[in-house]
Design a protein around this ligand. Structure first.
Ligand code: HMG
Ligand code: MG
Length: 310
């Protein structure tokens, strides 16, 4: 590799903060509604352009987010910030709409077994459900993200062929989703897969409409971000303090931490508009509520440097 390898990479990146949703959904300790609201408000103050605030899913599936309606209604909505909420079906969409949600995320996967366990639908059934939801959402000018989980590997089926991801992406693109987020649900992906997937998907929809959602289970997330940047991707999901995981994906650990991502991007001279120190404050707050330390190398390094007066 030579010094010019990074010359063409994006100069600005959008970070989608998923801590309040992907982060909290996997936590054993129930966080109070007012603490969730404070956490999201602190993230808003950090300058994040997009925050996934909650999920309007079945409270039996994700008890932690049973207070989605109260959380979404009461967070302070900063102008210019997109507050996203997950919607699994018509009922979830009605709940989201009643709370004035202006951006939703529908979610399916590239492997059947995970889709069935996660949302009790086949991939085809999920596409039929979401086609309806997305049509209504778009007619009401609601912005839509589509997630494709298990794009890099499935906890039940193992390897997932690129063609399977592309076929689901085609269906979501036909529906007219505004953005596709490609999920490495269990953190098994490597940069060669990122290049293959991003290359195949860019033949179908513009790179500006693609996001990458890496879990850092095996420590490959930032290597994957590097590959994605080299493929021109400009949207990355991350969770403050590296919280996260999917209760329906055995072995899934936290998302790539927002602190690790921001440190990496900022030192690469890539702008995000996000204040790393303010994200750290939000992480410190939610970690106290959860009763455990964050899972972020950069958070730990900066906390140690603060203690040493560096
Ligand atoms: P089901 O049991 O097939 O649903 O679950 P159902 O329609 O038969 O309804 C069963 C009960 O749930 C009924 O209540 C419904 O009213 C209720 P009952 O009559 O028994 O009292 N119900 C709801 N309640 C509130 N809100 C709703 C709702 N829907 C039904 N929206 C269902 C199907 C999809 C609902 C369920 O499986 C579910 O909610 N799954 C969500 C699982 C989830 O949230 N997983 C984590 C998010 S995905 C993820 O983390 C991956 C991602 O990060 C990307 C990546 O990393 O790859 C996005
Ligand atoms: Mg996830």
């Amino acid at each position: 590799m030579n010094a010019t390898s990074f010359a063409g990479i994006p100069k600005r990146v959008k970070v989608c903060e998923v801590g309040p949703r992907d982060g909290l959904q996997n936590e054993a300790v129930t966080v109070g509604t007012s603490d969730k609201i404070r956490y999201i408000d602190m993230l808003s103050a950090a300058g994040l352009a997009m925050i996934e605030a909650t999920s309007f899913v079945s409270p039996k599936a994700i008890p932690q987010l049973a207070d989605a309606d109260a959380v979404f209604s009461r967070i302070a909505k900063r102008p210019g910030v997109t507050y996203l909420a997950l919607v699994p079906n018509h009922k979830g969409f009605e709940r989201a709409r009643a709370c004035g949600v202006s951006a939703i995320a529908v979610f399916t996967a590239a492997s059947q077994t995970f889709t069935k366990r996660n949302i009790n639908m086949t991939i085809e059934e999920s596409i039929a459900t979401f086609a309806d939801v997305v049509r209504t959402a778009r007619s009401e000018s609601i912005w839509v993200r589509g997630y494709i989980s298990t794009s890099f590997g499935c906890p039940f089926e193992g390897d997932v062929p690129v063609e399977n991801v592309v076929s689901v992406a085609d269906r979501l693109a036909e529906m007219g989703v505004d953005e596709l987020s490609i999920g490495d649900t269990i953190g098994v992906g490597t940069p060669d897969q990122v290049v293959a997937l991003a290359g195949a998907l860019q033949e179908r929809l513009p790179v500006e409409r693609l996001a990458m959602h890496f879990h850092d289970t095996r420590g490959t997330a930032l290597a994957n971000v590097t590959a994605a940047l080299q493929m021109g991707i400009t949207t990355f999901d991350a969770s403050s303090g590296g919280l996260g995981g999917c209760p329906y994906a055995p072995g899934a650990s936290g998302n790539l931490s927002t602190e690790d991502l921001l440190y990496f991007l900022h030192h690469m001279k890539i702008e995000t508009g996000v204040d790393l120190d303010k994200v750290r404050e939000a992480t410190a707050f939610i970690s106290r509520a959860l009763g455990h330390a964050p899972n972020s190398r950069v958070y730990a390094a900066l906390a140690a440097a603060d203690q040493n007066g560096a």
